[in-house]
Design a protein around this ligand. Sequence first.
Ligand SMILES: [Zn+2]
Length: 100
Amino acid sequence: MSIVRLEKKDLPLIIENIEKNGGDASQLRAIIEGATVKYHLGTTVNEIVDDDYVEMMLQKSPVEEGIDLECMVCHSQTTTLISGVCKECFRTWALSTKKS
Ligand SMILES: [Zn+2]
């Protein structure tokens, strides 16, 4: 599987190609409107959108940096807390809010 890093500027062309072939490019369009684009061809579209969603939630959340911070959820030591939890727990939480 080849991995290609795409630039945001490439997306309109990709969307055009998808739609010309009768595909659904609405999620790619959402990426253009929303977030920075850095993804691999070959991953599922859901993963791409998940990452964008987490990134979006992260930007809206208070971030605390320091030493010996503790995640409220998994109690691991970390140097970055987002809304009181570590990055992994934040991601899990963010994705759980997306599905509800
Ligand atoms: Zn955690």
